[in-house]
Ligand binder design. Structure first.
Ligand SMILES: *[C@@H]1O[C@H](CO)[C@@H](O)[C@H](O)[C@H]1NC(C)=O
Length: 793
C-alpha cells in the first residue's frame, strides 16, 4: 500500500518537473516561432512529447546517442534542428521524411561514422563536421538537395571522388574541417562549386591541400589553422591566380609563419583580384630576417585588417615594418592588438581614408607634421598610450579630410595654461571617452565639432567662456563629476545630452531655457535630491519639453534618506511647502475665515450672553459657597418683586410661576397677594421688603415712570446700604434708553450704568438658563421653613 502511494508521489513529481521544463523550454520567440530549447539538460534521448507546433528544436550539448525512427515525424512545423555536441553514432536521413519544412540540421561534434541517405529536399543548412567519419560522408542524394546553401563536413581520409557530387550543387559556403586528416589522395579539388570556401587545414603540413584548390568559382576563401608550409602553398596558389579570377575576400586565421613568408603573401595578394584581406591571430617568427618591402603596384586591394599579432622576438627593425604598412596603397588599414608602438607617416601622399590601430601602445608622436594623409577621413586610436591632448590636436591639423577621430581609452589630459590647439578643419566627431580630461578640455575643442563623447573623464563643470561650438549636436558627459546640467550658451544646437552617472542632485531647469534645440536628455542614475528644486526638472518632462531616456526606472531619489529609492515619477511635494508667498497667503485666508466664523457664531448664537449668564451664575454659586448666607430670623420670603402695573401680566404669568416651584422651595412676597389688611400700601410694601431675602425690580420704561416703583426702590436701596448686602436684583424686562430715566433718579441711573442687571432674553432658547440664574441668585434656606431643600440647582 505504502509502496504504491510512494510511486504515485514520484510520478506526480516527475510530471511536475516535466511540465515545468516544458514551460521553460517552449517559448514563443520574437518572430512568433515556437522554440523548444532543451540544450544542456543531460538528456539521453529525444523527449517523446514535444509541442506539435515546434519550429526550432535545440537539443545541443546533451548525451543523446541515437534517434528513434519516430522522434521527429510528428513535428510537421520543424524548421531548425540543433543536435551539436551529443553522442549520435548513426544517422538515417529518412527519419526526416515527414518534416517537409526542415531547413537546418546541425549535427557537428557527434560520433557519427555512417549515414544512410535520403534526400531531404527542403534542407538549406547541413552541418556534419567533427564526427568520426573515416571518409567524406557523401551520398549521391546530396546532389538532389538543390536548396542546400551551407554544407560542413570533416573526415580523416579524402579521395578525389569524394567531392564529385558537390559539382551538382550551387553552395554559398562549404566548410571542411580537416584538422585530423591522415590520408589524402587527391591531386586537385576542382569539384567544389561554392561561393565561399572555408577550410580548417590539417595539422600535418605535408598535405598540400591549398596547392590543389581550384578557385575558379570561389569569391571568398577562409583558411584557418595555417602552418608555415600552408602559407608557402598559399603563395604558390595566389601566384597562379590571374586577373580574371573571382576571388574578392581572403581571410586567414590562426596563422603561424615567418615574416618573410607573410610579406610574400602581401606581395602576391597585391597582384590578384582580392579586395578585402583579413588576418586573425598570427604568430610571427624570424622578424630580424632581411626583408624587401613589397612593391605595391596598381591593385584591387581596398582593405587590410590584422587582428592579434604575436611574436616572441623583440629585436628587429621596427621602422621597416612600420614603413611596410605606412606605404600600402589601400584605402583602409586596421592593425589591432599588435603591440605597435608607432606608425610612420606615408612617404608620399597616401590613399588611406580609414586607419585604425586600436589596442596597441602608440604614443603622442604619431603622424607629427604628417602632410601625406590628406584623404584620411576616419582615424581610430582607441586604447593606446596617448597623453598630451594638445599634441593630438596638432596631429590632426594636417588631415584636411579627417571627420572622425576616436581617441577613447587613452591617458589624455589637458592643462589650463596649455595653449595652441589646432584641429583638422573638418573634424566633426570626436570620441574622447575614458581619458583623464578635466574642465579645461573645453578650451581646446574643434570648432566644427558635431558629436563629442567625453564620457568617463574628470569634468566637474563646463567653463562659461569657451569658443562657440555652433555645430555641436550630441554631447556625452556620462560618468563625470558634474553637479548640474550644463547651460548651452556656447552650443545652442545641442540635441542630445548624456549626463548619466554624474553627481547631479538637483538639476536646474535653467538649462532647458538656454538649450533651444534640446530633444533628448539622459540623466539616469544620478544622486537626485528629492525636494522642491527637483519639481521643475520633473515638470520639463511632464510638459513634453524633453525626452528623458530611461524614465522612469533609472531616475530615483537618493536624498533625503526617507525617500531613498523612490522613483522621481512617484515623488510628490505640495506646492504649498515650496512656495512661501502662497503659504503666507493661505495662512492669512484661513485666519480671516476663522475669525469670520467665530464672529458669525457669536452673533448668531449670542455666545457673549451665555457667557455673561454663566459668569453670573458661577459668581452667585461661589458667593453662597464662600459665605453661606446668615439669614436673619425675621426673613420669610426669598424675594420681593417690584414692578410696574403695566408689566404685571408678565410678572404674574411668567416670572412668578417660573420662580415658585410646586414644591414651595421658593417663596415670593407679592404686595398684592400678601397684603395685610389694616396697613397702608406703603407699609405693606415696606413690610414685604423687610421680610424678603432679596428684592427683584422688574425694570422697564414703565417702571422708571412709576412713583411707586421709585418709592420701593428707595426702600430697598436703603436697606441694601444699611445691611451691606447685595439684596437687590435688577431684571431688565425691556431695554431702557438712558434719556428716559429722569435726572432725579440718580441712584437708578448709577445702578443701570454699572450694568449689574439681568436682561430678559427675547429668545425662548435662552429662558432656561435665565431662570436657573435667577433662582440661584435668590435661593437660600430660610430659617423658618425647615422643609426647604439646601440645594435645588
Ligand atoms: C567612444 O568610445 C567608447 C569606447 O571605445 C564607445 O563605447 C563609445 O560608443 C564611443 N562613442 C561614440 C559616440 O561612438
Amino acid at each position: 500500500m505504502a509502496e504504491t502511494r510512494n510511486l504515485g508521489t514520484k510520478n506526480f513529481f516527475c510530471v511536475c518537473i516535466f511540465t515545468i521544463t516544458l514551460y521553460h523550454a517552449v517559448l514563443t520567440s520574437a518572430e512568433n516561432r515556437y522554440v523548444a530549447d532543451y540544450s544542456k539538460q543531460s538528456l539521453d534521448a529525444v523527449p517523446k512529447i514535444l509541442p506539435a507546433q515546434t519550429e526550432v528544436l535545440d537539443l545541443s550539448q546533451n548525451n543523446i546517442s541515437e534517434f528513434g525512427t519516430s522522434d521527429f515525424n510528428y513535428l510537421s512545423q520543424l524548421r531548425i534542428l540543433k543536435v551539436a555536441h551529443n553522442f549520435i553514432r548513426e544517422l538515417n536521413f529518412s527519419i526526416f521524411q515527414y518534416n517537409k519544412n526542415l531547413e537546418y540540421i546541425d549535427l557537428s561534434h557527434n560520433k557519427l561514422w555512417t549515414v544512410s541517405c535520403h534526400p531531404v529536399t527542403s534542407l538549406r543548412h547541413l552541418n556534419l563536421s567533427y564526427n568520426e567519419f573515416q571518409s567524406m560522408p557523401m551520398c549521391s542524394e546530396f546532389g538532389k538537395m538543390v536548396k542546400l546553401e551551407y554544407l560542413a563536413l570533416s573526415a580523416i581520409r579524402i579521395q578525389k571522388s569524394d567531392f564529385s557530387v558537390l559539382a551538382l550543387l550551387q553552395l554559398d559556403t562549404l566548410f571542411l574541417g580537416l584538422e585530423d586528416l591522415s590520408e589524402y589522395k587527391a591531386e586537385n579539388l576542382s569539384a567544389f562549386n561554392t561561393k565561399n570556401l572555408q577550410i580548417a587545414l590539417p595539422q600535418n603540413e605535408e598535405f598540400h591541400i591549398v596547392l590543389n584548390l581550384d578557385l575558379s568559382t570561389t569569391g571568398g576563401l577562409e583558411l584557418s589553422n595555417m602552418q608555415d608550409n600552408h602559407v608557402s602553398d598559399l603563395n604558390t596558389l595566389l601566384r597562379k591566380l590571374d586577373k580574371n579570377g573571382r576571388l574578392r575576400n581572403l581571410t586567414l586565421s590562426h596563422v603561424k609563419t615567418t615574416l618573410r613568408n607573410i610579406l610574400d603573401v602581401f606581395q602576391n595578394v597585391w597582384r590578384t583580384t582580392i579586395e578585402y584581406f583579413d588576418i586573425y591571430y598570427m604568430a610571427l617568427s624570424h622578424l630580424s630576417q632581411s626583408i624587401t618591402i613589397p612593391d605595391y603596384a596598381e591593385n584591387s586591394l581596398k582593405s587590410l585588417m590584422i587582428n592579434h599579432v604575436m611574436s616572441k622576438e623583440i629585436e628587429f627593425d621596427q621602422a621597416k615594418i612600420y614603413k611596410l604598412f605606412a606605404d600600402m596603397n589601400i584605402s583602409a588599414l586596421t592593425i589591432s592588438n599588435a603591440h605597435f608602438i608607432h606608425m610612420l607617416c606615408p612617404s608620399k601622399p597616401s590613399r588611406f581614408t580609414y586607419l585604425s590601430f586600436p589596442f596597441n601602445t602608440i604614443t603622442d608622436n604619431l603622424f607629427e607634421k604628417c602632410n601625406n594623409l590628406s584623404l584620411l577621413e576616419k582615424l581610430i586610436l582607441h586604447a593606446n598610450q596617448f597623453k598630451e591632448f594638445t599634441k593630438v590636436s596638432l596631429m590632426t591639423s594636417h588631415m584636411k579630410s579627417l571627420k572622425y577621430l576616436d581617441m577613447s581609452q587613452n591617458l589624455l589630459h589637458h592643462e589650463d595654461h596649455e595653449k595652441g590647439c589646432h584641429w583638422g578643419e573638418n573634424l566633426a566627431e570626436l570620441n574622447l571617452s575614458s581619458n583623464q580630461l578635466s574642465d579645461s578640455v573645453f578650451h581646446c575643442l574643434p570648432v566644427n565639432i558635431q558629436k563629442l563623447d567625453l564620457q568617463n573623464n574628470q569634468i566637474s563643470s563646463i567653463p562659461k567662456e569657451i569658443v562657440e561650438l555652433k555645430a555641436l549636436e550630441e554631447l556625452n558627459l556620462a560618468l563625470n563629476r558634474l553637479t548640474d546640467l550644463p547651460q548651452c550658451g556656447q552650443f545652442r544646437s545641442l540635441r542630445l545630452l548624456n549626463m548619466e552617472m554624474n553627481s547631479i542632485a538637483a538639476p536646474s531647469s535653467e538649462f532647458y531655457h538656454t538649450c533651444p534645440s534640446i530633444k533628448e536628455v539622459k540623466a539616469e542614475n544620478n544622486p537626485f535630491r528629492c525636494s522642491c528644486e527637483i519639481r521643475e526638472f520633473i515638470d520639463l518632462r511632464k510638459q513634453g519639453l524633453v525626452v528623458l531616456v530611461g524614465w522612469p526606472e533609472s531616475y530615483q531619489c537618493k536624498y533625503p534618506e526617507e525617500v531613498r529609492g523612490i522613483r522621481l515619477e512617484n515623488f510628490h511635494i505640495s506646492e504649498l511647502v515650496c512656495n512661501s508667498t502662497l503659504l503666507v497667503a493661505v495662512i492669512l485666508v484661513i485666519t480671516v475665515v476663522f475669525a469670520a466664523i467665530v464672529c458669525f457664531l457669536c452673533i448668531y448664537l449670542d455666545i457673549p450672553w451665555y457667557l455673561k449668564m454663566m459668569r453670573q451664575w458661577t459668581q452667585v454659586k461661589h458667593r453662597i459657597w464662600k459665605n453661606p448666607a446668615d439669614v436673619p430670623d425675621d426673613i420669610e420670603f426669598h424675594a420681593f418683586i417690584s414692578y410696574s402695573e403695566h408689566d404685571s401680566d408678565w410678572v404674574k404669568n411668567v416670572l412668578i410661576p417660573n420662580l415658585e416651584k410646586e414644591d414651595g422651595s421658593i417663596r415670593i412676597c407679592q404686595h398684592e397677594r400678601n397684603f395685610i389688611a389694616g396697613k397702608s400700601i406703603v407699609e405693606n410694601i415696606i413690610d414685604c421688603i423687610e421680610k424678603s431675602y432679596r428684592s427683584i425690580f422688574v425694570l422697564s420704561p414703565n417702571f422708571v415712570q412709576s412713583e411707586w416703583c421709585h418709592y420701593e426702590l428707595y426702600f430697598a436701596h436703603h436697606k441694601l446700604f444699611r445691611e451691606n448686602t447685595s439684596s437687590l436684583i435688577l431684571l431688565l424686562l425691556e431695554p431702557i434708553p438712558p434719556y428716559i430715566i429722569p435726572a432725579k433718579y440718580y441712584k437708578l441711573k448709577a445702578l443701570m450704568a454699572k450694568r449689574t442687571y439681568m436682561e430678559w432674553p427675547a429668545e425662548t432658547s435662552k429662558h432656561g438658563l435665565f431662570w436657573a440664574n435667577l433662582r440661584a441668585a435668590i435661593h437660600v434656606s430660610l430659617p423658618r421653613s425647615n422643609e426647604i431643600n439646601e440645594l435645588e440647582i
